[in-house]
Design a protein around this ligand. Sequence first.
Ligand code: CA
Length: 235
Amino acid sequence: MEILIIEDEAEIAQLIQLYLEKEGFTCRICRDGLTALQVFQEQQPDLIVLDLMLPRLDGLEVCARIRQKPGNKDPYILMLTAKGEEIDRIIGLSTGADDYLVKPFSPRELVARVRALLRRTLRQGGQTRAYQTPHFSADVDQRVAHRQLDDHSSETLDLTTLEFDLLTTFMSHPGRVWNRTQLIEKLWGSDFFGDERVVDTHVARLRKKIEPDPANPTFLKTVIGVGYKFEDVTS
Ligand code: CA
C-alpha cells in the first residue's frame, strides 16, 4: 500500500512517515500542493495524508482536484487540520475528505485511522476487488452484493447494474458526502447529458432494496442542500 504525505512542516511529515513505514506502508512526502498533484498522478497512492494549510495550493483545493481526476485507485484522503480550523467545511461540504485529524495528534491515532480507512477495501494489483462494511459486502468481480441480517445470516441483494455501481460507489467511501454531479461522473462518466435528478430516482430504488425502512433511511442518507452519503456503523 502506498501513501502520499502532503505536509509542509518537515518534522510532522517525517514523524508520520516513520510511523507508517513501521507499519509496512510505502510513503512519499510532498511539501506543497502543486508538487503534490504531480506526484499524485505518477504515484497513484492508495491513501493521502493531506495537511489543510499548504504553500502554493491549499489542502481543500488539492482534495477537490484529486476528486475531479481520481485515477484508478480513487484514494482515501485523511485531512490534517490545526485546531478548530474550518472543520465544518472539511467534513460537511463534500470536499471529498474521508476522515480528518486535528493537530496535535498522536502518531498512533493516525496509524489507527489509516488502517481503518484501508480496511474498507480489498485491493489486489491496484484494483479494488471487494468492499466490506458492517452490514454490507460487495464483490466487484462477481458483481454480487450481500446484506447481513440481524440473525447473522445474509441475503443476496437483487440489484441492477446501476444499483450495484451506486452501492459500491457509496461503500468505497462511507461517510463521504457526494453531490449529484460527482455521482453522475462515477456512474455515467463525464459525457452524461440530462437531468441530474436521475440520481435521486436510482437512490430511491436502491433504498427500497437495502433499507429496512426506505422512508427513514439508516444507511443511505440525504444531506440537505448537497446530496447523499452512505453510513454504516455498528451500534
Ligand atoms: Ca501546514
